[in-house]
Structure formats: structure tokens, C-alpha cells
Design a protein around this ligand. Structure first.
Ligand code: BES
Ligand code: ZN
Length: 438
């Protein structure tokens, strides 16, 4: 499970959605992967994109029919363009250096049992006194304001000055929410060899009873417009991907700190650098926590929370590259706190390590991700996600100019936070002023 950093990077490169390989802005090292490759994709996608072409048809662990085929670069581009133009999504297939690797990928059950998972008894639900009042405090207009501020940066690409400035802005915004709290610290995490000039941001709320056990809630802070990424001034608002996640984390921080809450476990809110170019910021942090032996008991990733256009659900849990026990806990938390408010959960597979939860999973930590509702799917396996992802049109205006769809994600994050980090009971914290107990 704990593969070396090099191996993890190689896996990510090979598993990266190859729609990107057709784009001129993709780094040369990534483009070089477009030698003949063995691709895995949905059988129906393969047949529609490359009619009449041979492939081996295999079933994955969900009984889904997949096509495995060796393709030259021009066929890879045909497939990528079909996925992008007709199915309107990025990714959609995987490429491997050998047929053995491709077939092993199909056979693998992509739900993970984290090697560093906490004892099952950690995942309890017994703190409604803290969580329930938080749920009513969620205000979508705050989330809207933060998305608007983040989208106003020209871009948040990892290697541009704008991408650096956006990280500093997030650090300052989170720090301001912790004003007067000596138990809360904000930092820029720069120990990342492939994050260029973009730091990750970490806000730590010190635990009290169980300070060595860490709860992580994160989102990626970078953005990209793959049509023009080689220009440092390219326009990439990234309102949904993933200003929405950062804005949701920001609202969670605001509410948790507004009422003076102190946790039993240590909490780390994270804004990850350089996700769009290979999950680099989260990989650097997870790798450090792995080698430092940090006891991370659960990681919630919020990547794209704000697109909802007629979907039957409000929030979907990503089912792959995630820990089984943590996903079950996510479901219980939702059913306890959100379902009674009329909210509906769904589930969907990314099909690859599509966001920063995969970095934590890769290092054996229990991680999972909540993902936006989207629109009604138009074909089996359709992720029905935001059509303007990775373009200059990823804007609030293209999401009905509202952040209302993100509110249930803040509520879910607050339920996760209050229940996994618990509440420090200040019974022993008697404060004396001038000799009198306060
Ligand atoms: N937010 C996306 C991931 C995503 C896209 C999830 C669509 C679900 C539906 C994320 O920011 C992203 O783009 N990830 C990269 C991952 C790669 C660099 C390993 C991707 O999908 O290309
Ligand atoms: Zn993205």
C-alpha cells in the first residue's frame, strides 16, 4: 500500500485522464506517455469512439463491461476527443504500459482498506449537542462570497504568481477566522518538490484530550484552464473546481470557531497546492505525515461541491480510492444529520485517483470524498459533473449564480468534524480571575 513516492507519481501519470494528452499545454513528460499504450475504458465508450476496432472485453468487480486494448497515439486522441466532445467529461479511460498492468487494474477492487485505519471504535456518532446547532448556522452567501473572491484571481495555477497569491489569501482568510485563538495556527506548507511556487495551506486546531489523533478536512486551492495553461496569465476562475471546496471548508472553519468550540482530537484544515497537475501538494503532505508516523484518523476531501442541475441527490460520495470503513461512517453521518433535513445522498466512482483523497489513500490513511450532485446522468457511468471544468467558463454565473448547492457539503463537513474530532468538555478548565472562579 505504501508505495514509494516515485512509484506513486508514475501511477498517477499513467492513470491520469488522457484527454489531457491531446492538449498542447500538457508538460512534455506527460505527453511522452502517449507512446502505444494499453487503455481501459467502458466497453460502450470504446465501441462508440472507435467503431469496429478490436478489444478484449473484461468485467470489473462491479460487473461492468470494460474494453482493454492496445492503442497508438492517434487512436488515443480519438478516444480522448470522443470522451470530451460526446460524453462531456475529462478522463474516462486509463492508460498502462503493458497489457498485464491494464488487466490487473480491471481485476483490482478499488475500495481500499487503509493500512493505517483507526480502530473501528473511533467512528462513533454521539455528539449532536455540538453538531446540530452548527447545521443551522451554514450560510450559502458566505460560501458564495469566498468562491467569488477566489475566482477573481486571474488563475490559481500552481506555477504562476496568481497561484501563489491565492494560497496566501486563503492562509490570511483562515487566520482571520481564528483571531484571538492561541490554540489555532495557520501555516504555508512548502516542502513539495513539484509544487513550483505554490504552497499548501494548513490551519491547525490543537486537540485537547486526544491531541495525537488528527482529523483532516481539505480541498485543492489551485485551478487550471487546460486550453491555455502555458500562459501564466491564462484565465482559470475554477469556481466549481475547486473554489467551491475551499469556500465550503472556509464556512466550516467559521462556524466551528465562531462558538469557541475546542476539539478533543487535533484538526487540520488543508488547502492543497498543485492538485490539477498530479495531486502534488497532497502527495507531499501525506508522504510527510506517513514518514512522521502521524496518526490521521480520517480525511474528508471536498472537490467540486457547487454544480447541481436537476440531479435527484444533493451530494455523492466517491466510492473508489477511499477507505471502506470511513465511507460507511460518511453514510451514517449523512443519514443521522442530513437525511432528516430532506437531503439525499448518492454514490459515484471516479474510476481513477481523481482528487487529493487518493494521495492519503495511497499512503494508507483512511480517506474519502464528497462530490457535487451534478445533473441527471445521460448514459450509464456518466459522472454528470460540471461541463465547464478546466475552462475559463468555470464560473458562478454558469452555476445559476448561487452557492446554495454547497450548503449541504458544509453541513456534512461540520457533522464529520464534530463527530470525529469530538468536543473538549471544559469541566477542568476552571478559570480564576482575581482569585474568583469564573
Ligand atoms: N475536480 C477534479 C476531479 C474530478 C473531475 C472529479 C470530474 C470528478 C469529476 C480534479 O481537480 C482533477 O481535475 N483531477 C485530475 C486528477 C489528475 C491530475 C491525477 C483530473 O481528473 O484530471
Ligand atoms: Zn480539476
Amino acid at each position: 500500500m505504501n508505495r514509494s513516492h516515485l512509484a506513486a507519481t508514475a501511477t498517477l501519470l499513467l492513470a491520469a485522464p488522457l484527454a489531457a494528452l491531446a492538449a498542447p499545454d500538457v508538460p512534455a513528460a506527460t505527453r511522452a506517455a502517449a507512446a502505444p499504450v494499453h487503455v481501459v475504458t467502458a466497453r460502450d465508450t470504446y465501441r462508440a469512439a472507435l467503431p469496429g476496432r478490436q478489444a478484449r472485453i473484461l468485467l470489473d468487480h462491479n460487473g461492468r463491461a470494460l474494453a482493454v486494448a492496445e492503442l497508438d497515439p492517434s487512436a488515443v486522441i480519438t478516444l480522448a476527443q470522443y470522451v470530451h466532445d460526446v460524453e462531456h467529461r475529462c478522463g474516462g479511460f486509463f492508460a498502462f504500459a503493458s497489457r498485464e498492468q491494464a488487466e490487473a487494474f480491471v481485476a483490482r477492487d478499488r475500495l481500499i482498506d487503509a493500512t493505517r485505519a483507526p480502530a473501528a471504535a473511533t467512528y462513533t456518532i454521539d455528539n449532536p449537542g455540538t453538531v446540530t446547532p452548527w447545521l443551522d448556522a451554514v450560510d450559502a452567501t458566505n460560501i458564495y462570497g469566498t468562491i467569488a473572491s477566489l475566482a477573481a484571481f486571474q488563475n490559481r495555477f500552481y506555477s504562476t504568481p496568481h497561484g501563489h497569491d491565492a494560497a496566501v489569501w486563503i492562509r490570511d482568510t483562515w487566520q482571520a477566522l481564528a483571531a484571538g485563538r492561541s490554540d489555532v495556527t495557520a501555516e504555508l506548507f512548502t516542502d513539495c518538490s513539484n509544487c513550483s511556487t505554490q504552497p499548501s495551506v494548513i490551519l491547525t486546531v490543537a486537540g485537547n484530550e486526544l491531541a495525537d489523533e488528527v482529523v483532516v478536512i481539505g480541498a485543492h486551492l489551485d485551478s487550471v484552464n487546460w486550453n491555455n495553461a502555458s500562459n501564466p496569465n491564462h484565465r482559470a476562475p475554477g469556481a466549481d473546481d475547486d473554489a467551491s471546496g475551499i469556500a465550503t471548508v472556509t464556512e466550516i472553519i467559521r462556524i466551528a470557531l465562531a462558538d469557541g468550540w475546542r476539539p478533543q482530537r487535533t484538526v487540520k484544515f488543508m488547502g492543497y497546492a498543485a492538485e490539477e497537475v498530479g495531486l502534488n501538494g497532497s502527495e507531499a503532505i501525506a508522504s510527510r505525515y506517513d514518514s512522521d508516523g502521524i496518526d490521521v484518523v480520517g480525511v474528508l476531501q471536498l472537490d467540486m461541491t457547487n454544480y447541481k442541475a436537476g440531479a435527484a441527490n444533493d451530494l455523492r460520495f466517491i466510492t473508489d480510492n477511499s477507505d471502506t470503513a470511513l465511507l460507511a461512517y460518511f453514510g451514517q453521518l449523512f443519514d443521522t444529520y442530513l437525511a432528516p433535513r430532506g437531503l439525499v445522498r448518492g454514490a459515484v466512482e471516479c474510476g481513477y485517483g481523481c482528487s487529493d483523497h487518493a494521495s492519503w489513500s495511497e499512503h494508507g490513511f483512511a480517506a474519502g470524498m464528497a462530490f457535487e450532485a451534478g445533473r441527471p446522468p445521460s448514459y450509464p457511468g456518466d459522472m454528470a459533473d460540471f461541463p465547464y471544468i478546466h475552462t475559463m467558463n468555470d464560473t458562478l454565473a454558469n452555476m445559476n449564480d448561487t452557492a446554495a448547492p454547497s450548503a449541504p457539503f458544509a453541513q456534512f463537513g461540520l457533522a464529520f468534524l464534530g463527530e470525529l474530532a469530538k468536543t473538549h468538555a471544559p469541566t477542568n478548565d476552571v478559570i480564576f480571575v482575581d482569585g474568583f472562579e469564573q
